[in-house]
Design a protein around this ligand. Structure first.
Ligand code: ZN
Length: 408
């Protein structure tokens, strides 16, 4: 008989709200019962003084196998890869290894030839990437000039196992490389149409109002990052809301690009620094700082306006390499939740952006909620993040598919 674990006396946030039930039982990787009787012989975990919630989902990440483990230390059991690569063996491990976060993936995003992010990469890194790809047989074709090429690459990605398609709508301005080749309107439209035909969502990297408008006109399902070139207008908020697209604002990434992120304060929290190696601690003390004319205050106001207009907000950290300052895997999702509260969301509204909302928008109907039969991806924290968002960092226990993570 498989073991039943009963977590009792907890405050329970079910992914949408705080519920009356105090007890949750888990069996065979799933939630057996919320609030029901404790079965005889169950292993009891007394969670008095703690809050039980769905494990967190990071909707914008660039993970590798190592950083997927780092995510587990921070209570994140699912990430959405927004540019990167996993081999077939790694994809299998993502599904089976409960000691790392699982990642959905888009692999490499569609971009214009020599388009974003190649303007940011030193030629040596680009050359090495190409060499590695040629050696391993990774599909490198991501450079798209025409709608026909877009259709071809979308099909390649889907065959490769992509869960959704990403496209870069970026002319390089905010990264200090104006004139970087960008995709055409026809390519955006063809990418969205072909993805939809194949039953996949399309998300866009977009960081200016113009890029936002172009992506929405092309039929995009979700927008990654916020426009940082201008304050919001009622018109752009209405356009986004009417389109039905979600927004994953990655406020921390925008603030790092502007150069006034408070990540260097955030990392002083021992609940953060004790779980990071020196490279990641150093990363949080740096900024990207290519667009000092932007204002983080505008980002916060834009998020609040989007939220008030009913746009689904998804929390994403945009962590990739330690060399890119301002973000660290795992830690920065908690930072983003704090910034969402600073923007004016309630703590409960912020928690939804990393649980039920990303699960719903990406069709992960067994995750992001505490419900009978849902996947037992759970996070137990001391205190009450539904009233004090920083309590998400007071992590006691993490489970992926009912298997408790062993902190090392
Ligand atoms: Zn990113």
């Amino acid at each position: 008989m498989s073991k039943i674990v009963a977590i009792i006396n907890a405050k329970v946030f079910d992914g949408e709200n705080v519920i009356d039930a105090k007890n949750v039982t888990v069996k065979d990787g799933k939630i057996l019962n919320v609030g029901g009787p404790i079965p005889e012989g169950a292993e009891i975990i007394n969670a008095k003084g703690c809050t039980l919630m769905p494990a967190l989902i990071d909707a914008h990440s660039h993970p590798n196998m190592e950083t997927l483990k780092q995510n587990m230390h921070f209570g994140i059991t699912t990430t959405f890869q927004m540019q990167g690569y996993f081999s077939e063996a790694q994809m299998l491990e993502l599904k089976e290894n409960t000691g790392i976060a699982e990642s959905l993936k888009c692999f490499f995003a569609i971009t214009a030839p020599n388009g974003h992010p190649s303007e940011l990469l030193p030629p040596a890194v680009l050359a090495k990437q190409k060499e590695m790809m040629a050696k391993t047989g990774i599909k490198v074709n991501k450079d798209v000039s025409t709608p026909e090429e877009a259709v071809k690459v979308v099909n390649e990605r889907v065959q490769q196992g992509a869960d959704y398609i990403k496209i870069m709508v970026e002319d390089g301005t905010i990264f200090g490389y104006p004139g970087t080749p960008d995709v055409s309107d026809e390519v955006i439209e063809a990418t969205c149409a072909e993805s939809h035909r194949l039953g996949k969502m399309t998300v866009a990297h977009a960081m200016t109002i113009e890029a936002y408008e172009r992506a929405i006109t092309g039929g995009i399902d979700g927008l990654m990052h916020l426009f940082i070139d201008k304050p919001h207008t009622p018109e752009i908020i209405a356009t986004i809301a009417k389109s039905g697209a979600f927004v994953c604002p990655t406020i921390i990434a925008g603030a790092s690009i502007i150069g006034d992120s408070d990540a260097s304060d955030f990392v002083k929290d021992p609940r953060v620094s004790s779980k990071l190696n020196q490279d990641w601690i150093d990363s949080l003390s740096k900024h990207i700082a290519t667009y000092p004319q932007g204002k983080t205050e505008y980002l916060l106001k834009t998020v609040k306006a989007l939220h008030d207009a009913g746009v689904d907000i998804l929390a994403g950290a945009d962590a990739s390499q330690p060399a890119i300052g301002g973000m660290a895997h795992g830690a920065s999702l908690h930072h983003e939740l704090q910034l969402l509260v600073k923007a004016g969301l309630t703590p409960i509204e912020a928690l939804r952006t990393a649980t039920s909302i990303p699960a719903r928008r990406f069709g992960l109907h067994e995750r992001g909620r505490i419900l009978n039969g849902a996947r037992a991806d759970l996070l137990l924290v001391e205190g009450d993040p539904t009233t004090n968002i920083a309590d998400t960092l007071s992590i006691k226990r993490v489970w992926r598919q009912g298997v408790e993570f062993k902190f090392d």
